[in-house]
Design a protein around this ligand. Sequence first.
Ligand SMILES: [Ca+2]
Length: 516
Amino acid sequence: MKAKSTLIALILSLFYFSCNQEKEPEVKNYWPNAGVTYEIFVQSFYDSDGDGIGDFNGVTEKLDYVQELGANAIWFMPIMPSPTYHKYDVTDYKAVHPDYGTMEDFKRLLEEAHQRDIKIVIDMIINHTSTEHPWFQESKKGRDNPYRDYYVWAQKDTIADFLDKKVITLDSDNIRQWHDPGSGEDYYYGFFWGGMPDLNFDNPKVREEIYEIGRFWLEEVGVDGFRLDAAKHIFPDDRPLDNHEFWKEFRAKMEAIKPDVYLVGEVYDKKEIVAPYLPGLPALFNFDFHYTLLEAFNTADGMLLPKKQKEILDFYQNITPEFIDATISSNHDQPRLLNELGEDVDKYKQAIAVMLTMPGAPYLYYGEEIGMKGLKPDEHIREPFLWDVKAKDEGRATWIEPKYSIDSEVTPLALQRNDPNSIFNHYKSLINLRNTYPALALGKLSLPSSEYPKPIMAYSRVHEGQEIFAVHNLGDEEISIELPAGFDKVIFGMGDGVNLNGTLTLQKNASRVYVK
Ligand SMILES: [Ca+2]
């Protein structure tokens, strides 16, 4: 009797196995439209030579890790010479910062990345330079200097009204846009800070310089594209049309050099302001996604995000059918997502499950996959990655004393690897899932026809006959819902839940993703 039931079990499991084998979908690379891009701050990533600062060779050593995670591209925060740790104020556009290594090191990194089919996108900061850039050093010498018009200058009495202007924006808390280099007569314009004078894009020479810099990185160095910093500020806020036109010109120039160049822009604003940039910048960060994701979780209002996302995508669609929606759950300018969610790991894992099952091309900020923590000021949301327990962590950067991402607060990667419930394995399996089901990567978003209780977030994704239904309980209480017909195969689940003949009961922070 026992032998017989064992035999039946074996036959059943073989049957199940062969069915599964037959249906096992293929892992694909959906970048740039839907694949994951991994944002790296080189300074904090992996230090290969023990000087305390992360470097290019360190990244090269960790490319297998990026590949294991399932990311298809890397965005590097600024790598060019600069006097600041964050390097968003460049002094030389055709070189790399010596702290990070040599140009040869960087080219080797590129080659190794490309061998793994990982694309490389670098931060390009052209709105402003450092005050230490040779152009500005010349420009400030006087009105007759040939570089004077590389920047925006005004005589003090013509800008009196602006000198006391106290307006802050979403992306800058600087209240003084005009700065005195010391003479008390002529002031220069620096939107973000006196150390970052804005370049004058009305000057055709400046544009030519910028296009030549683009050519250098695409053609001579071989990067795949750029992340365009502060794209909305090329011209002042009252000249948005000039901004849109500039980026169209920039795109045309870059595409003439490299037809498949990837350009992603930072336009830190709401969808009405962001969307008109699409013809020039085919990929744009979706900051609304980030804020709505947080709001949905912090108010347990499930449909807030799918409805917002549908509204944004429909709005973009009306501007151009070809765009890349670069979704973010956090980045180097935001407090770490885990902190934003009250350090609640279940909520955090669920937020990640939402981002990776929603439409878009998700950007993953380094360290998020191990649950790194951090709050402002900015350097503390950019703390060193924890590869292993501190005593054994040879590659851990030490350029800053971390306050939030320390061993007692964040479990280092090496310890998370073997834990099936770790944040790392959660991330990795979700990215893998996204790269496996075409509907999860490319599927059109649709909202459910049924009305669910407020804490339920539900949406469908459809692509070429494949249909996905995702449902998340963001609340603290158990909720039961009727599943739409035909969804009985679970491809992802977290938290406790039971499906009884189509009635799904989900506990606190439980999610299920089904495929039809
Ligand atoms: Ca180093």
